[in-house]
Design a protein. Structure first.
Length: 317
């Protein structure tokens, strides 16, 4: 069977997330071989992320150093094959020609989707638009899709901009902020969907800290009253204490009782909040909760049937 090559208009646009979710979906009914182009940027990181997500799935086989020195492993057999390609058009086309494969292009709405799609010619299976905000849905349905249809380019669907997919682990935040655990490393693998600033809290504390799920709370190290309020809701998953300050003894006790980690970080509250704005570019797609969520999004929004059909046929056959 010919492979499906997942291409993109630029790096870090969601290829690994789509490869992992599509592989999991298709593995329900077939064996899947998964390759990451060895010459693509961050290929080792992408391979390790896929390995972490899919290594326990007995129907998924990861191919290391795929297409290294332009040497192909055996992929033309009864297994379905999915390859994470780069954002380089020539490389993807060369691989598609050599394997008789088809290409899925993942792009953001603002990218030159039609121009790039045309460069893939008859090797393009279709286009997926990723990271779609709510206010862009109308534009996709009423502007982009008709334009793609006019140029005979398949539109496979769109994936919404979703907070879960962007969420960091507690451990990732600790590392990024150069923090230090003051308690046991509770919740270190939990995802943080939101960050709250525990400064001037006008509402009753636990009410304020309960407004979001899976929150990381940033509080001055010398505010035990606010710290205790944050610890008194199960929606708080981590408390970050600024200025490198340690709390009073009874805050430690409450944290251990609630199994919520206390983490001291350098800088004041404003510094920490500002630094977190650059966190996203360091977050990888390698968490089971993210994979499960992405699978649901793909099943709901992408034309899986068309992809399966392409895997079972060849464009030249």
């Amino acid at each position: 069977m010919p492979p499906i090559i997942i291409a993109s208009t630029k790096p870090r646009i969601g290829k690994t997330a789509f490869v992992a979710s599509l592989s999991k979906i298709l593995s329900a009914s077939a064996n899947i071989k998964i390759g990451v182009m060895s010459n693509k940027e961050n290929s080792n990181i992408d391979y390790e992320n896929l390995k972490k997500l899919l290594s326990r799935n007995k129907k998924c086989e990861l191919l290391k150093d795929f297409y290294k020195n332009k040497k192909l492993p055996s992929i033309s057999n009864k297994n379905k094959s999915i390859i994470e390609g780069p954002d380089d058009i020539k490389t993807n086309l060369d691989l598609a020609e050599e394997t008789d494969g088809m290409i899925i292009l993942i792009a953001n709405y603002s990218d030159q989707i039609i121009k790039i799609s045309k460069l893939y010619k008859d090797r393009l299976l279709g286009v997926i638009v990723n990271n779609v905000s709510k206010h862009r849905v109308w534009n996709i349905q009423n502007e982009l899709v008709p334009r793609l249809s006019k140029d005979k380019i398949n539109f496979l669907g769109w994936i919404p901009d979703d907070r879960v997919l962007l969420a960091p682990r507690v451990n990732e935040v600790v590392s990024f902020l150069e923090g230090e655990y003051l308690t046991e490393e509770y919740n270190k693998e939990k995802l943080l969907d939101n960050f709250l600033i525990g400064g001037l809290v006008l509402d009753w504390g636990p009410t304020y800290f309960s407004i979001h799920e899976k929150s990381g709370v940033i509080i001055r190290g010398d505010r035990p009253d606010v710290q205790l309020a944050a610890l008194h809701t199960e929606k708080t998953k981590a408390v970050f204490l600024t200025k490198g300050m340690k709390p009073v003894e009874y805050v430690y006790y409450e944290a251990d009782q609630s199994k919520i980690p206390l983490i001291t970080v350098p800088g004041n509250t404003h510094d920490v909040a500002e630094k977190l704005e650059d966190l996203q570019q360091n977050i990888e797609f390698n968490h089971k909760e993210k994979l499960d969520h992405m699978v649901n999004l793909v099943e709901k929004n992408i034309s899986i049937e068309l992809i399966v059909k392409a895997l079972e046929t060849t464009p030249t056959g």
